[in-house]
Design a protein around this ligand. Sequence first.
Ligand code: FES
Ligand code: FE
Length: 422
Amino acid sequence: MPKLDMSEIRSLVQSRQPGRPLEAPFYLSREILELDLEVIFGRHWIFVGVEPDVPEPGDYASVQIGRNPVVIVRDDDMQVRAFHNVCRHRGARLVTEPQGTVGKLVCPYHQWTYELDGSLIHAEHMAPDFDMSCHGLKKVHVRSLAGLLFVCLADEPPADFDEMARALEPYVAPHGIADARVAARVDLVEEGNWKLTMENNRECYHCATNHPELTISLFEYGYGFAPESGDESRCEAMAQYARTEAEFETAWEAHGLAWQERDELHGRPTAFRAQRLPLDRAGESQTLDGRAACRKLMGSLKRAKLGGLSVWTQPNSWVHLMSDHVVTFSVLPLSPERTLLRTTWLVHQDAVEGVDYDPDNLTEVWRRTNEQDGALVGLAHSGVQSKAYEPGPYSPYTEGLVEKFVAWYIERLGAHLDASGR
Ligand code: FES
Ligand code: FE
């Protein structure tokens, strides 16, 4: 891929055709990935994990956002904090493991030692006028949305996080994420650009033929299919789906759960969507039989058959919340052609492995679905490199959310290029 300068990137941003995927350089160019890291991942709220990643004081979780290693820590007052995972002495990375527990944060290089609130408390052999109070860890903004953790690397993060939190908390809070326990976590590296991973997530056009495990519990009609006139069986299936939806709505109302679709996926820096949908078969969970995989229900929920709540945030997450477990997905670019997908399964904190749930049963559907999606992303990435690649039209019925993701991305790059005069 030849190098792109800023004027070429600007003209690609300006000439993006609505209703179609991006031009190939958006998926392949190192310069565009650099811009993505600076503008999208460097200035927006990025979903990185959940409060149960750091349940106790001293627990930490590390995450790499582009070139910026970040450590998330639970301090002695139970507050979740985030810091640049970079020593204030000569810049060594402080923690190297993805997760762990520490009393203090101690740099492995010369043992500068930091409190869990980031303040420097020990540095040997320094000059008499060395001021420890000026050398605390650099803070990263971190916010919890009902247990979902977002960080922002910018000095001044987008101010609309609170609006998202106010809108989403009534949906998410009943599922009790902050008080849950991590039952499993899988890091999968997909061989494709991060935007292909996100675009793939934003549609279920590919589900029926690629996700045999997921579609056991998922109703394809919940994701918007074109009514085909004259096809009686499809009309009957859609009518049946509408009746099922009405039954679930009655149950959601009875249990005081927010369920109306809320879509704010573009037109704002901190963009999101929430939708509660029925599930097929037993209607309880995204499992191989549609039944709850965990006997202890999440949070304040009192009934297993509640379908599923899905939450999507731009630029890098989706979350599926059922009565018995929650699955979160965080997407982070590694290079133009490699992307990390981190998947975390949560159960009630009192649920006992082997007694209340079987971890294989709990994780099977999304382990397989992720592998299938990863293969599809790889296919798309290899195809967009061809000289024959030309963005084709999106389906107006099934790819509306893909369009919203791409529109948001272009809108954010465009706003940045305009504001910075580049
Ligand atoms: Fe951390 Fe020297 S680089 S103590
Ligand atoms: Fe998929």
